[in-house]
Design a protein around this ligand. Structure first.
Ligand code: GLY
Length: 348
């Protein structure tokens, strides 16, 4: 397994659980896009025009996470917390309201019917939000989990199952026709099948892709603050001055504010983007005024040409490339893990 983000870790886990001997290469497992992710498993709120295939996949994600949770529990006797809070979608001004209406229209085309909600009827649902936001859409069935917890539990389970973690970058891969080789600066490792789950990072030399899929980085920044506990309420998604904003609130008042989305990969947070994110946050959720800023996290979403995820078997057939999960890496991780398992089993 080349790559130890949520996709690589979950794939390694499922393979090891089914009896495979797995070696996972990553210089810093869980510290790529997964590190910056808020952890929403929000098939409906993530609906976007033209992304029907993505939506159909995402619908299977929550049941798949529940199954993965059960498998993790069997191995380490610890429960992954999945919070099924739903999503509240709101608008900041009139033009943002048009964007919410457009979202509702696309959602209906996908067979999802968000429910209109009013602050006057359900004030709790709007707690912490600006007084000028008096209505919204409630989207049932969406959930979130903590990617840090998921990474920690998968790492612990993989250790129990004997997954060998090599904290090095794979520079070159080779397919002998009967097996695979992966070379780092210090060693060459051999195996019977290999999976490249490197997210938006370049593939190692020697990976023979078909050219059908091509991944580009879409940079995302989230800010982490402490001071508002909305964890029993739906995740907030807002359109603010045409931009999207979300707030995932965990028990205890830890909140993730997100996210920027830019077609570039510089690993630095700019003052301007931070200012825009915090301005949107404070406009929509003024209760954050006195929250403590803890940290920012930056990740690169792997976006495919058509924005759809893929599992591509590379010629001559023993390496596969699992990527393109774009905004949905955490959501789709258990499904990507199943693809890895099917691929492995097809070769024995
Ligand atoms: N799925 C949330 C994001 O990409 O920011």
């Amino acid at each position: 397994m080349v790559g130890g983000g949520i996709i690589g870790l979950a794939s390694a886990f499922l393979l090891a659980r089914r009896g495979w001997s797995v070696t996972l290469f990553d210089p810093a497992p869980g510290k790529g896009a997964t590190w910056a992710a808020a952890g929403m498993v929000a098939a409906s709120a993530e609906i976007a025009p033209g992304e029907q295939t993505n939506y159909e996949l995402q619908k299977c994600a929550l049941p798949a996470w529940r199954e993965l949770r059960a498998e993790l529990r069997d191995v380490i006797a610890i429960e992954l917390d999945i919070h099924e809070t739903g999503t509240l979608m709101v608008a900041w001004d009139d033009s943002d309201r048009r964007l919410v209406d457009q979202f509702a229209q696309v959602a209906e085309e996908f067979g999802v019917r968000p429910q209109s909600v009013q602050r006057s009827v359900d004030p709790e649902m709007f707690s912490g939000l600006s007084g000028r936001i008096i209505e919204g859409l409630f989207i049932d069935g969406d959930a979130w989990l903590d990617p840090d917890q998921a990474v920690a539990l998968l790492t612990a389970a993989n250790e129990v199952l004997g997954v060998d973690v090599v904290a090095e970058t794979v520079l070159e891969v080779f397919d002998t026709g009967e097996g695979v080789r992966a070379t780092t600066t210090t060693r060459t490792h051999e195996g019977s099948v290999g999976i490249l789950a490197t997210g938006a990072n370049p593939l190692p030399n020697g990976a023979r892709t078909s050219g059908v899929n091509a991944v580009r980085p879409v940079r995302g920044m989230t800010a982490r603050v402490l001071g508002l506990d909305r964890s029993t309420q739906p995740t907030v998604r807002a359109f603010v001055r045409g931009r999207t904003f979300y707030l995932v609130s965990r028990p205890g008042g830890y909140c993730i504010l997100g996210a920027t989305s830019e077609e570039r990969s510089e690993p630095v947070v700019e003052v301007g983007e931070m200012q825009r994110l915090l301005r949107d946050a404070l406009d929509v959720v003024p209760a954050l005024e006195t929250a403590n800023l803890l940290e920012t996290r930056l990740g690169l979403r792997p976006a495919n040409v058509d924005l759809e995820p893929f599992f591509e078997v590379l010629a001559p057939g023993r390496w596969a490339w699992s990527s393109g999960h774009y905004r949905h890496g955490v959501t789709l991780a258990p499904l990507a893990a199943r693809d890895a398992l099917v691929f492995g089993e097809s070769l024995v």
